[in-house]
Write a protein that binds this ligand. Structure first.
Ligand SMILES: [Zn+2]
Length: 328
């Protein structure tokens, strides 16, 4: 009888790292989540190794029964070196991951951009089953994407082919992106940067209207304390000013989506990320309303990912299964 094979999946974010042990069919056996140990580059590697070992131990699975370990991480990264290069959300210039982890655990390790992983996960286990043209978009702390076109996963020369959060949507470049450049989509519509957009808009708004608004009350009059949640919560309670701002963010998102549709011509776009998952209607409805104004290609179905928060983890599982079969 064939021994059952397993996959270790890692979702490495700027704040938290999640690991899961999975069957080859994507059913997750055990999950662990910790804050990323940012004391050094080596600390991150050690943390992943130690969680992976303990997950195997707890579930009585031998490391030898692992098909591989897949790491889904925000980039930029070098696919060949299996390392992060000047990652935007970790304070290091170079973080080698696959080599030290693979050496220590004795299993093949693969690193992919988190959104690249997500689109693989969507196709293997989610709404993209059987589709050859899918794009996954995340609107969370940052904005990113992954694309499968004509059945081919787009990787690019370094593995950063679909960095759509850094598409320019404002040629006047009023807001600065975390990457240092101006006018990028992520600088306006990501969870981290929505407060900057809101403050910019409120400065242009009549003061009496701002002061009467629920968003102003929720920020206790101190707009420097504003978060993207403040905006969406005020909008959910019907605050007119907040709803108008949410709609304006929707217009910018629609421009981003139109660029994506024009570039990749997908038949389905699934959307994830915390901002989307917590405010699905407020994010997706304005995109669907405005995208027609900016797009040339036929507009595809745009839905929230049915995989929810697990899309990254399941993507890491799918990445191992894909790259493993290619190298075999
Ligand atoms: Zn940028």
């Amino acid at each position: 009888m064939m021994r059952e094979r397993y996959v270790m999946a890692v979702d490495l974010g700027g704040t938290r790292v999640r690991l899961a042990l999975s069957n080859e069919d994507g059913s997750l056996i055990g999950k662990v989540q910790e804050r990323v140990d940012k004391s050094s580059e080596e600390a991150i590697v050690k943390q992943i190794i130690s969680i992976a070992r303990s997950l195997c131990r707890k579930n009585e699975i031998d490391l030898a029964d692992l098909e591989g370990l897949g790491i889904a991480s925000a980039g930029p990264l070098s696919l060949k070196e299996g390392a992060l290069i000047n990652p935007t959300n970790l304070p290091f210039e170079y973080v080698p991951l696959t080599e030290p982890i693979s050496e220590e655990l004795g299993v093949p390790a693969y690193l992919v951009n988190d959104c690249t992983a997500a689109v693989l996960g969507e196709r293997a286990f989610g709404a993209g089953k059987g589709l050859d043209n899918i794009v996954y978009v995340t609107i969370g702390t940052g904005i990113g994407g992954g694309a499968i076109v004509d059945g081919c996963l787009l990787l690019g020369k370094d593995g950063n082919a679909v960095e759509i959060g850094h598409l320019t949507i404002d040629f006047e470049g009023r807001l600065k992106c975390g990457c240092g450049k101006k006018g990028h989509w992520e600088a306006y519509c990501s969870g981290r940067n929505i407060p900057n957009f809101v403050r910019m808009k409120l400065e242009e708004t009549d003061e009496t209207i701002v002061e009467k608004s629920l968003i102003h009350a929720k920020a206790k009059g101190d707009l420097s304390k504003l978060t993207s949640e403040t905006l969406f919560n005020a909008a959910k309670e019907g605050d007119k000013l907040s709803l108008r701002l949410v709609e304006e963010i929707g217009v910018l998102n629609a421009i981003g989506f139109a660029n994506v549709i024009n570039a990749y011509d997908p038949s389905l776009i699934t959307v994830g990320g915390t901002v989307t998952l917590k405010n699905t209607k407020l994010i997706l409805s304005p995109i669907r309303r405005h995208v027609e104004n900016y797009v040339l290609n036929r507009v595809p179905k745009i839905i929230a990912t049915p995989l929810g928060e697990d899309v990254g983890i399941l993507g890491a599982v799918a990445a191992v299964l894909k790259f493993r079969s290619q190298s075999a």
